[in-house]
Design a protein around this ligand. Structure first.
Ligand SMILES: [Zn+2]
Length: 449
């Protein structure tokens, strides 16, 4: 098979950002070499000063298919992923119907995904009340880890687990060696706060924020860390919002517990004081908190207490955000951002002195490791899949509906000016996105360990 070379003055490799040629043969990277070492006749694609980053891996996405494909679906989610520079999505076990809590449901998801994906994908399994006996069969069938909720997930079809129910599942989870991803909020602090806010104005974001206090996250994380000590499983905290938990997480890591942490672009970009009255498009759980909290999350990324950034892309039909009515109490909580996340992160990270290398670590290498696809995904290096993003870091654009590419073009980011444009995305050597177009067929596949 013939060699192709992808050239740029800024190739983001595990050893740093440098001018190089990425050699691709078929679907794989064969090497990263200096451009003057290319042999004559090699087919070249010269991207000049646009950066080449590894294809991003999003370890936290709600594709909602099968069952709620009118909310999103494999075609639209993977299309917006390709437009955003992602080459692997790891789908959450809920919002789809049936929820991925047994092998039959995983089979149904595979059927829904077949021949409809523009990027590669993987599946998390679910831990719910009463499916302990399904955990090892799900692992054998190919889920890459498990997700549980310690609080009501806000949707039917997936149940939360109590500490007792979680305890009965943990021995099986530990035996699989796969990570347990936890939505870390406990119900009691939320229920108490919500009761006290009964007569408050729920069109104010502040009311919603007060209803989900940091204490809910803190108490859940404390419980999970102590279970992690006891049962010795791999624990991953999804979408950390409360920076107050960072000191405890830091200590847990220094004592050697197998714990990893993620946060999301919306917690790193927005702050509570900017969210307008009736701005239900910003509702997510845990909530976007204050400005100082946001800056402490950035410090968590800087010192490595937070390992990775995932989108928690969780779209819904516009009517479920009840934008006209604007009360935060009962609307769907979830922020969709697959096609924007890299630009959002670059805009914010570059202001704080971070590099493209940091972004590649948070958004490609570390999530690939969490999902167990790091033998072939998440790096530009010999032997890896030829997955990469061509990115113009200095170009600015305004977020408009036509750039979103997921099913319902609503977004908390509409109208914002962001810095950094995805020009093209390559999946296993094939161009899956280029300048607003999707040239390839649906060549995405399930990545199997
Ligand atoms: Zn989620």
């Amino acid at each position: 098979m013939s060699l192709r070379a992808f050239l740029s003055s800024r190739v983001v490799t595990p050893d740093g950002v440098r001018p190089a040629a990425v050699l691709v043969e078929g679907e794989q990277i064969r090497g990263v070499v200096s451009a003057d070492r290319l042999s004559a006749g090699t087919q070249t694609h010269d991207f000049g000063d646009a950066a080449i980053l590894p294809g991003l891996v999003d370890s936290h996405v709600h594709i909602n298919d099968p069952g709620r494909a009118d909310w999103e679906g494999f075609e639209t989610a993977t299309r917006s992923a390709a437009a955003g520079g992602y080459t692997v999505l790891v789908d959450m076990p809920l919002n789809c119907l049936p929820a991925t809590t047994d092998v039959g449901a995983l089979t149904a998801k595979r059927a829904a995904a077949l021949d409809r994906c523009r990027v590669d994908w993987m599946a998390w399994g679910g831990v719910v009340a009463g499916n302990q006996s399904e955990i090892e069969p799900l692992a054998a069938a190919g889920v890459v880890g498990f997700k549980c909720f310690l609080v009501h997930p806000g949707i039917d079809g997936f149940t939360m687990v109590t500490e007792q129910e979680l305890r009965s599942a943990l021995p099986a989870i530990a035996r699989t060696g796969l990570p347990l991803l936890a939505h870390a909020e406990l119900p009691d602090p939320i229920d108490l706060a919500t009761e006290n806010l009964r007569d408050s104005d729920w069109t104010d974001y502040e009311t919603y924020l007060q209803s989900r206090p940091e204490e809910a996250e803190l108490s859940a994380i404390r419980m999970l860390l102590s279970l992690c000590r006891e049962y010795k499983f791999r624990l991953h905290i999804v979408h950390l919002s409360a920076s107050a938990a960072l000191p405890e997480l830091r200590r847990a890591r220094s004592e050697g517990l197998a714990v990893s942490v993620e946060t999301c672009p919306h917690y790193l970009h927005f702050s509570a004081d900017e969210i307008p009255k009736r701005g239900t498009i910003f509702k997510c759980a845990p909530p976007i908190r204050g400005r100082e909290n946001r800056e402490r999350l950035w410090e968590g990324l800087r010192d490595g207490t937070i390992d990775l950034v995932a989108t928690d892309h969780s779209p819904c039909p516009p009517e479920m955000k009840r934008l006209a009515e604007g009360t935060f109490r009962n609307v769907w909580g979830g922020i969709a951002s697959l096609s924007m996340a890299l630009s959002v992160m670059h805009t914010e990270a570059s202001k704080r002195g971070f590099s493209l290398n940091d972004i590649a670590h948070w958004m490609a290498e570390a999530p690939a490791k969490l999902a167990g696809c790091d033998a072939r995904k998440g790096r530009i290096a010999s032997g890896y899949d030829a997955d990469f993003v061509v990115f113009e870091p200095e170009s600015e654009f305004v977020v408009r509906e036509e750039r979103l590419h997921y099913r319902h073009p609503i977004s908390a980011y509409l109208g914002e000016t962001l810095c950094g444009v995805v020009k093209a995305t390559y999946l296993r050597g094939a161009v899956v996105y280029q300048g607003g177009e999707f040239p390839s067929e649906a060549v995405g596949q399930e990545y199997r360990r």
